[in-house]
Design a protein around this ligand. Structure first.
Ligand code: FAD
Ligand code: FES
Length: 287
């Protein structure tokens, strides 16, 4: 019989929490990853042996308990399978920590902007920047109040937290980019911006910071397959050079990213992804 490690069997779901309608938090037993991981890094996992490999950011870890926290939004079949797991279930494979950690220094005053599930990805970065002595202003946004995640957790690790919702149901009415524009227009000193969220959001944030040349780091969600730099699936163009998100990223200078190419490549498998999710939902319904 396999020995139960402290905190659970390897890759066992220890805790599950629904954060919003389609965003789920999973605490998973993974002692080595929990010990080694740094802010900005991710894991690649396979839910079952026939499943596809998907990357998810390590939002937090507890090296003592040997657990890592992932936050995922149901986007297609694999994330739907993950969201259906329960405490006690196990993930087939989980590899990490992967990717380069976020460059953390005391930059002065930094603004971290998170949108949608990107708020979860932003959390470890905000925490690490705060621990490094920065004054951290965090701006988080969602389409509506019910879809907002980690508000209290981020308030605790930020010097200032501003919440925005697209529909005005909570906080500032409007996009997170408008909140950042307002800070810049009011002459607030900003030494660095981090933007993590949907591609259109990161693109607009870069357009807001470019005229004032505020260094802006984005975390790219390119499609990944092997996550070793071999297959080329996660190819992006940064400053006119080809870079692989899995080994060169996932964070890049946002002002140099070719967002048109990224958007085009993210849509490459739209039809197959839709069919795969529909088939999975029909199968679930049939059972
Ligand atoms: C470094 C990195 C960190 C990420 N961190 C998170 C996170 O913390 N939380 C979260 O909810 N999402 C995160 N993502 C996105 C997540 O990997 C995708 O949502 C997931 O792979 C979708 O798989 P699916 O089968 O459920 O959906 P599918 O139906 O297969 O695809 C839905 C959409 O997800 C994206 N996607 C699909 N397959 C992949 C893949 N193999 N690699 C990357 N993107 C893919 C595409 O944009 C696609 O249009 C991250 C992506 C990257 C590259
Ligand atoms: S995922 Fe294959 S090169 Fe990055």
């Amino acid at each position: 019989m396999r020995k139960k490690k402290r905190g659970g069997f390897l890759n066992e779901i220890i805790e599950k929490q629904d954060l919003s309608e389609n965003i789920v938090k999973l605490v998973i037993s993974s002692p080595t990853v929990a010990k080694k991981r740094k802010a900005g890094q991710f894991v690649v996992l396979m839910v079952d042996e026939r499943g596809e490999r998907i990357p998810l950011t390590i939002v937090d870890s507890d090296p003592e308990k040997g657990t890592i926290t992932l936050i995922l939004q149901v986007a297609g079949k694999t994330t739907a399978l993950l969201a259906a797991l329960k405490p006690g279930d196990r993930i087939e494979h989980l590899l990490g920590p992967l990717g380069n950690p976020t460059e953390i220094e005391n930059f002065g005053q930094v603004v971290c902007v998170g949108g949608g599930v990107g708020v979860g990805v932003a959390y470890p970065i905000v925490k690490a920047l705060k621990n490094a002595g920065n004054r951290v202003v965090t701006i988080i946004g969602a389409r509506t109040k019910a879809m907002l995640i980690l508000e209290e957790e981020l308030r605790q690790v930020s010097d200032k937290l501003i919440v925005a919702t697209d529909d005005g149901s909570y906080g500032v009415h409007g996009f997170v980019s408008a909140v950042l524009q307002d800070l810049i227009d009011r002459g607030e000193r900003i030494d660095r911006v981090y933007a993590i969220g949907p591609v259109p959001m990161m693109r607009v944030i870069c357009n807001v910071t470019k005229p004032k040349a505020v260094p802006t780091i984005v975390s790219l969600n390119a499609i990944m397959v092997d996550a070793t730099g071999m297959c080329g699936a996660c190819r992006v163009s940064v400053g006119g050079k080809t870079r692989f998100t899995c080994v060169d990223g996932p964070e890049f200078d946002g002002h140099d990213v070719d967002f048109d190419l990224l958007t085009k490549r993210l849509r490459m498998y739209d039809d197959q992804e839709k069919r795969s999710l529909e088939k999975y939902r029909c199968e679930c319904h049939g059972n």
